[in-house]
Write a protein that binds this ligand. Structure first.
Ligand code: HSE
Length: 442
């Protein structure tokens, strides 16, 4: 019989993920204890209202409204309240006392990750947050541990299930943006306020966490250029499809010689790209490392049951460390001097969709503008003429105008912006309906 003192666990929050974590800790206690090698015991669950209905009925004697007291009494705190207040104060309270913390709080980590790690290192406390990026997908530990002997150069991820679901529905069923979003909310993928999903803030928080761990330098959400999907139109999706592309909201973090560019924006991907095949609310993270080459991690990025798997993985890993008492290597002990660079320094391919006058010399004039700004054209399509109402017609040579779609070779964002500005000022350019970034390289 194992007579070791149990490792006590305090759970803060019992929402969709918290209730599943409580269920696993109660119903699978023996299995989890065996995996740790020492008994573990759920000592309490702090909630705002003990009467609230939950996805799993937590035994009444475990529920408390006194979160601070619970934090003070246990060996390991699982924070699943989310957001800043009171979550941040409770995490800090635990870390200051040397108590281990497991959390899925992406907003907090993306804003104050370096400070929380410093606090943890000072007190010799453990801090883990696998569930904060990609839900059930093991991605942070592979980056931190498995790839710690390599150098990661780029991470590209579909890290927000809501927007992937919305874009996928628009692409495959022609659904309107609003209907697809309402469905995503009904399925439980969206944040309480879906603006965080739609405007890319949720993905930006995850980009900051990925960049910090991948590049061994502290980044925050403020370092991330962020553009959501609310301006993506059904016409963009259709035009992309006709050219063999799909539109995805990507979080991209890329190491450059002078720093790192962190960006979240709708991106055109060739349909053959591994990330293009990620459907519905699934997430996937594509990692490029100098020696390992390309790796892809795929799975469910949201939802109570899948996300509870990542939390429990951290709980077991942390509990094992508590048992062996091996000191933690500080996260940024090897911190690299890597500055966050502005989006202007990004280098990628671009897609420009514009309506132009249908007359001789127009294409030559447009090509001249791109050449003058050192932007090279990879391909150009003229799908049809455009009616005065903006409808694309198949017959060429109408008086109204023509639609021209250009995909550029890799160019610097600052050059592309200057190009678009000049194109807009040309008399022959009636309007530029879309400028989207394109990721072709795998
Ligand atoms: N709202 C998030 C998403 C949940 O849609 O992916 C997981 O962070």
């Amino acid at each position: 019989m194992n007579v070791a003192e149990p490792i006590t666990i305090g759970l803060l929050g019992a929402g969709s993920v918290g209730a599943q974590v409580a269920r696993t800790l109660v119903e699978e206690r023996e299995l989890i204890s065996a995996r740790v090698g020492t008994p573990v015991r759920l000592a309490g669950v702090a909630v705002r209202d003990v009467e609230n209905p939950r996805d799993w009925r937590i035994p009444r004697e475990l529920l408390t409204t006194d979160a601070e007291r619970l934090v003070d009494e246990v060996d390991l705190v699982i924070e699943l309240i989310g957001g800043f207040d009171p979550a941040a104060g409770l995490i800090e309270r635990a870390l200051r006392q040397g108590t281990a913390v497991v959390t899925g709080n992406k907003a907090l980590l993306a804003a104050q990750g370096a400070q929380l790690h410093a606090l943890a290192d000072e007190a010799g406390a453990l801090l883990r947050y696998e569930a904060s990026v990609g839900g059930a997908i093991p991605i942070l530990r592979p980056i931190e541990d498995s790839l710690s002997g390599d150098r990661i150069t780029k991470v590209m991820g579909i890290v927000n299930g809501t927007t992937n679901y919305v874009l996928d529905q628009m692409d495959t069923t022609g659904a309107a943006f609003g209907d697809a979003l309402a469905e995503a909310q009904k399925l439980g993928y969206a944040e309480a306020d879906p603006t965080a999903d739609v405007e890319g803030h949720d993905a930006a928080a995850k980009a900051a966490i990925l960049a910090t761990l991948a590049f061994h330098a502290p980044f925050t959400i403020d370092d991330v250029y962020c553009q959501g999907i609310s301006d993506v139109t059904p016409d963009d999706i259709e035009a992309a499809a006709l050219s063999g592309y799909v539109i995805k909201l990507l979080a991209i973090v890329e190491r450059r010689s002078s720093g790192a560019v962190l960006r979240v924006h709708p991106t055109l991907l060739p349909r053959t790209h591994p990330l293009a095949t990620v459907r519905g609310a699934f997430n996937a993270v594509f990692v490029v490392a100098e020696n390992a080459g390309e790796l892809m991690f795929y799975g469910q990025g949201a939802g109570g049951v899948p996300t509870s798997s990542a939390i429990m993985g951290d709980v077991v890993a942390v509990a094992r460390r508590l048992r062996s008492a091996v000191p933690e290597t500080p996260l940024l002990s090897d911190a690299e001097d890597l500055e966050p660079l502005s989006i202007e320094a990004a280098e990628t391919q671009y897609y420009i969709d514009m309506q132009v006058a249908d007359q001789e010399g127009v294409i030559a004039e447009i090509a001249r503008v791109l050449a003058d700004h050192r932007v090279s054209i990879e391909s150009m399509r003229q799908p049809g003429s455009v009616s005065p109402e903006g409808e694309v017609e198949d017959s060429a040579g109408s008086d109204a105008g023509a639609q021209v779609q250009i995909v550029t070779h890799k160019a610097q964002e600052r050059h592309l912006r200057a190009t678009v500005e000049t194109l807009e000022s040309l008399d022959v350019v009636q309007s530029i309906s879309s400028v989207l970034r394109v990721e072709v390289e795998q």
